[in-house]
Design a protein around this ligand. Structure first.
Ligand SMILES: Cc1ncc(C[n+]2csc(CCOP(=O)(O)OP(=O)(O)O)c2C)c(N)n1
Ligand SMILES: [Mg+2]
Length: 885
């Protein structure tokens, strides 16, 4: 386009060049013309004519009219279906808000995207019964009314159901606001409405399908991943974050469709420039195949006109803010302000009246253009495709919101607006009928319903559709982990080492080994997982094309096309997306895969909780492992590395079972139960384990404690005359045991000792028990695990964990007797473990002090004893608080 932007000093010469090029295209085709142009560019560069880097093509459709395939559908039927879906989607939101003002919902997004979806549904999206298997479609979250409305026409959702849009608690159940597999487990597959998650999840989904194919676990049947996204959504860093991975991995099974209505919630996405061009640059620069669908067939006449260059030039100049204004102001304004800029251009549209001029359809609303784009996208080889389709937000709403800044929030239409909508889309309803915004579905024997069902039948059934279970995997016996159950003997090891050992054993198992998916964001060496590189190989679609620097070593850096490890690089968001793809494979691919995503604990929940939340929503199954966890156990790294709060986030995520583990046998027990629950029983839960890097001796498991480990609390030591109990957890179990010794030795107090493996599991159980008791006052009260274990003695409890106090305080209300929590609130520090534990006041001396004071407060000792403790252990009363410094 640069010739359009600059003054042409030799128009005649330029024309001659163009004509020669025209001849080349005619005679030798595109391939040779491209070659010729590249040669010319190279030559000019070699001669010093530096060309500016440009990733943009002109602001026109990528596929020219001559290249469009024939449209195979019945346009009339498809138009009618699309209009009906539009009407019902609108009615769903309007009615929901009429019945319950403020219930929300979106009309305008689907109104802009209707054609993009309908072309897909009628011609492309393969359904669950397709011989090649189902495509995976990520729907734009707030376009959900349109997807429900289609399911209503298909006969999959009845009127009662769609009347319950956003009223899920109504007697007969309703429809979730957005795509939520948790709430509609037979319908939605992917949780997309938190902007930016969909695009990244889709990239890694497509990559994971290739992984399964390359590892010989799944057949390559050409299934596609379609991701429908908003143009405003593309501003999320995650949206563009996976682009280079997608091209590097040659994901030709991936298609992004960006609904470029040029608007987000508040106003234009790029009022002062062009979002489509900006996105084109980003995607092309990242190596994607970009198909722009900007102008509809109505504009072909202008583009093909002998003065078409003026149209191109004007299209190039205009900014999105202006394009939006033209939509709102209509034909005469458009003529004056857009076409009026050049007399030649004005002349070109002289034969079109104002009304028709304003109505000329743009690309995203034209089935022919969208069909052409999809047809190319499904055929392209070796790279992913993005379709940038220009649409109008609130299309068809007219004054009620078409293209207006308020359109995103529009939820109510008055009588006049409803009649306008009805007329615009030819809905066969009378004035009085239409003004009540009823749902409308033609007879099952009508042409359009027959057509709609038939198209889906040809494509293998309805979408979205979610499969609840994959074939179960038999869990190996727990004796598989015997060496962990037996303890470490006199070897000092960390829980991280025990965990890696567990993973190594699992991946070697004959039955389950191949299903394990270790996922690491560039941290394998930190955790001592690097021996797995050689044993399992690192997945690389194209294999290893270089000789690794350590090739002469036994444990070399081995990349392979059938590698099992997903080494994601420094990319927690990408790695969790792989976790989701693997952990939902039971549903999306019918293959139970078992992801272990092992990451630096601090960069887990804190950084990517939104993805973890979505993983929960999507019923992902797998193990999240937070390595080098614990605010004081990770000693040298300091403030931004020391995780002391991920267990708070985990506790608040409904289907996460979180454990902070102290010994190898606990890891074996919890992982074994996780495998059984998730892959044998098919429970939709995620196990979260924190493991640490402190070395100590791991004892062997005692008989009969496995169930207690799972429930979250087991006994380490009982006493004859209980006066106080100590609860330790994870890496601070060592300090708790040491404190118990001091209490006996220095103060003659013999505490009971317990190990807490999961505060959140204990709390959940206690809350559920309490709730049952509340609602069944007439019945014998039930007892929680905490009560069963601890209620025999009403003695004070002192608990110490390497997490903020709120983590252990979760169970405070349910523990009989006074409850004292020590924890690691405040910013971390770099220092030795010993100094850190002193600084955070969680070490053995503070445990002893708290215990003695607790007994004094309980009336069992004099308070002066606490003073003695302070003196004996040199505890400084004026020491700064870790919370405030
Ligand atoms: C992470 C996140 N932030 C904010 C929102 C609230 N939100 C919902 S839709 C929307 C605007 C979407 O604009 P766009 O992506 O262009 O979609 P359109 O409706 O225009 O098709 C916003 C801000 C959200 N859903 N997720
Ligand atoms: Mg938008």
């Amino acid at each position: 386009m640069s010739n359009l932007k600059r003054e042409d000093i030799d128009p005649q010469g330029t024309q001659e060049w163009i004509e020669s090029l025209e001849d080349e295209i005619e005679e030798r085709g595109f391939e040779h013309t491209r070659h010729l142009l590249e040669k010319l560019v190279d030559y000019a560069s070699a001669r010093g004519a530096r060309l500016p880097f440009n990733t943009n093509t002109p602001f026109v459709n990528t596929i020219i009219t001559d290249q469009e395939p024939d449209f195979p559908g019945n346009r009339e039927s498809e138009r009618k279906i699309k209009s009906l879906v539009r009407w019902n989607a609108m009615a769903m939101v309007v009615n929901a808000n009429k019945n319950s003002p403020g219930i929300g919902g979106h009309i305008s997004t689907y109104a802009s995207a209707a054609n993009l979806y309908e072309v897909g549904f009628n011609h492309f999206f393969k359904g669950p019964n397709h011989p090649q298997g189902s495509d995976l479609v990520y729907f734009q979250g707030h376009a959900s009314p349109g997807i429900y409305a289609r399911a209503y026409l298909e006969g999959r959702l009845n009127e009662e159901k769609i009347n319950g849009f956003r009223r899920e608690l109504s007697a007969n159940g309703g429809l979730s606001s957005y795509p939520h597999p948790w709430l509609m487990p037979d319908f939605w597959q992917f949780a997309t409405v938190s902007m930016g998650l969909g695009p990244l999840l889709a990239v890694y989904q497509a990559r994971f399908m290739n992984y399964l194919i390359d590892r010989g676990l799944m057949e390559d049947t050409g299934r596609k991943v379609w991701a429908f996204l908003g143009d405003g959504e593309m501003d999320e860093p995650e949206s563009l974050g996976g682009l280079t991975l997608a091209s590097r991995e040659k994901l030709d099974n991936l298609i992004f469709v960006v609904n470029c209505n040029l608007q987000r919630l508040d106003g234009p996405v790029r009022g002062n420039s062009k979002v489509i061009q900006e996105l084109e640059g980003s995607f092309r620069g990242a190596g994607w195949n970009v198909i722009k669908v900007i102008w509809g067939s109505d504009f072909d006449q202008l583009l093909e006109h002998e003065n078409g260059d003026f149209f191109l030039r004007r299209a190039e100049e205009v900014v999105d803010g202006d394009l939006l204004k033209y939509v709102v102001k209509g034909g005469s304004y458009l003529r004056e302000h857009f076409y009026g800029k050049y007399p030649e251009l004005l002349e070109m549209v002289a034969h079109i009246n104002d009304e028709d001029l304003g109505k000329m359809r743009i690309g995203g609303h034209d089935p022919i253009k969208v069909f052409a784009a999809y047809s190319e996208a499904v055929k392209i080889k070796g790279k992913p495709t993005v379709i940038l389709a220009r649409t109008i937000k609130g299309y068809g709403l007219g004054e009620a919101g078409e293209g207006r800044n308020i359109t995103h929030q529009q939820k109510k239409l008055n009588d006049e607006e409803l009649l306008h909508f009805r007329d615009r889309f030819d809905i066969p309803l009378s004035d009085s009928e239409a003004s009540t915004a009823p749902f409308y579905k033609p007879d099952d024997n009508s042409d359009e319903i027959i057509y709609l069902k038939n198209q889906r039948k040809k494509l293998g059934g309805y979408l979205p559709h979610r499969r609840r279970q994959g074939p179960a995997i038999k869990t190996p016996e727990i004796s598989l982990f015997q060496e962990l159950l037996d303890g470490s003997g006199d070897r000092e090891i960390s829980t991280t080492m025990a965990c890696v050992r567990m993973l190594t054993i699992l991946t070697k198992d004959k039955i389950i080994g191949k299903n394990i998916v270790p996922i690491i964001p560039d941290e394998a060496r930190t955790f001592g997982m690097d021996p797995l590189f050689r044993q399992l190989g690192i997945y690389a679609h194209g294999g290893q094309v270089y000789e690794p620097v350590d090739s002469d070593q036994f444990l070399y850096y081995k990349e392979a096309s059938d590698g099992q490890i997903l080494e994601e690089g420094i990319n927690e968001a990408g790695a969790i997306s792989s976790f989701v793809a693997a952990g939902t494979s039971y549903s999306t691919n019918g293959i139970n895969m078992i992801p272990f995503y092992v990451y630096y604990s601090m960069f887990g929940f804190q950084r990517i909780w939104d993805f973890i939340w979505a993983a929960g929503d999507m019923r992902t199954r797998g193990f999240l492992v937070g390595g080098t966890a614990g605010r004081t156990t990770l000693n040298g790294e300091g403030l931004q590395h020391q995780d002391g709060h991920s267990h708070l986030a985990a506790a608040a995520t409904p289907n996460i079972r979180a454990y902070d583990l102290a010994y190898g046998y606990e890891i074996a027990t919890v992982v074994h139960r996780g495998l059984k629950d998730m892959y044998e029983k098919g429970l939709d839960v995620i196990y979260y384990l924190t493991v640490e890097n402190e070395n100590y001796i791991h004892p062997p498991i005692k008989d009969g404690i496995s169930e207690d480990i799972i429930k979250g609390l087991y006994k380490i030591k009982a006493t004859d005359k209980p006066t106080i109990r100590l609860l330790g957890s994870g890496p601070l179990m060592g300090e708790t045991l040491a404190a118990a010794e001091l209490l006996i030795k220095d103060w003659g107090i013999d505490p009971g000792i317990w190990n807490v493996t999961s505060f959140s599991e204990l709390r959940r159980d206690a809350e559920e028990t309490e709730r049952w008791n509340l609602l069944h006052p007439d019945k014998e009260p039930r007892k929680s695990h905490l009560e069963i274990k601890l209620s025999k003695h009403r003695v004070p409890t002192v608990v110490s964990s390497d997490y903020v106090k709120m983590v252990s305080e979760q169970i405070g209300p349910y523990v009989p007797g006074p409850y004292y929590a020590l924890g690691t609130d405040g910013f971390g520090r770099s220092d030795t473990r010993e100094n850190l534990r002193h600084f955070f006041e969680v070490d053995r001396y503070y445990i002893v002090l708290t215990a003695v004071r607790a007994l004094a407060l309980d009336g069992k000792l004099e308070m002066s004893k606490a003073d003695e403790v302070m003196k004996k252990y040199n505890l400084n009363p004026e020491k700064p608080s870790p919370i405030t410094v």
